[in-house]
Write a protein that binds this ligand. Structure first.
Ligand SMILES: [Fe+2]
Ligand SMILES: [Fe+2]
Length: 235
């Protein structure tokens, strides 16, 4: 079935064509928390032309395979492989990013905070996101992912509907908080950087945002859906 049409969801389009993630990032189309919306709805909200976006998507499909998702065919993974992939490719790198960004932000606020009043609120927002995500990843690793590995091995596993709902709620909050942080960071425009560390900080924040969109997409639109289907949960 040809998935490249306006009634496909953004999440399904990225699963079918991982390179669409970069295109959607550039166009400001939210494919992670907003991944259940159709392409038609999403482009309309952004004031874009659906036919043009479809041509761009089709040209991606006709190009040589792009790495997308770091070269991983996540849709072909078992539920257990997907949980392992998320820990290795998303959680562990994110923990490292959060530590590096904390150091850079502390330094930039210390050196330039007095002369630039936008820096302290940026750090405050980042710290809130960092702390929330640190707790969230641990919860996924302690409770959800072990159950995913059991399910993949055909062993009964108990996943409460409230756990999935709680995790999805944090994803939605994170999507909103990331957009707010981008605003506080002036769109991460390099021209606003006061020094080399500030430039690297802005680059790192932009990269963390894009990585988190892919990470949340793989959880919301693939892993959680699989868990729900396998457990026949209705929420
Ligand atoms: Fe995660
Ligand atoms: Fe998550």
């Amino acid at each position: 079935m040809n998935v490249f049409n306006s009634s496909s969801t953004l999440g399904d389009l990225v699963l079918a064509q991982p390179a669409a993630a970069d295109l959607f990032e550039r166009l400001g189309l939210d494919f992670c928390c907003g991944g259940s919306r159709t392409l038609g709805e999403a482009v309309k909200e952004r004031g874009l032309d659906a036919a043009t976006v479809l041509v761009m998507l089709k040209s991606l499909a006709e190009s040589p395979p792009a790495p997308g998702a770091g070269g991983h065919d996540v849709a072909a993974m078992t539920t257990g492989e997907l949980a392992d992939h998320i820990v290795t490719e998303h959680h562990n790198p994110l923990r490292a990013q959060l530590g590096e960004i904390t150091e850079m932000l502390d330094k930039v606020v210390r050196v330039h905070g007095d002369g630039d009043s936008s820096l302290a609120p940026l750090r405050e927002q980042f710290v809130a996101i960092r702390d929330e995500l640190t707790e969230h990843m641990q919860l996924e690793e302690d409770e959800l992912f072990p159950a995913c590995r059991k399910i993949a091995a055909g062993v009964a596993a108990d996943v409460g509907t409230d756990l999935l709902a709680k995790l999805e709620h944090t994803h939605t909050d994170t999507g909103v908080a990331l957009a707010q942080m981008r605003e506080l960071g002036g769109g991460y425009a390099q021209e606003s950087a006061h020094c080399g560390t500030h430039r690297r900080l802005l680059e790192s924040l932009a990269k963390m945002e894009a990585d988190l969109h892919q990470h949340i997409h793989e959880e919301n639109n693939l892993l959680f859906q699989r868990v729900r289907e396998m457990l026949s949960l209705s929420v």
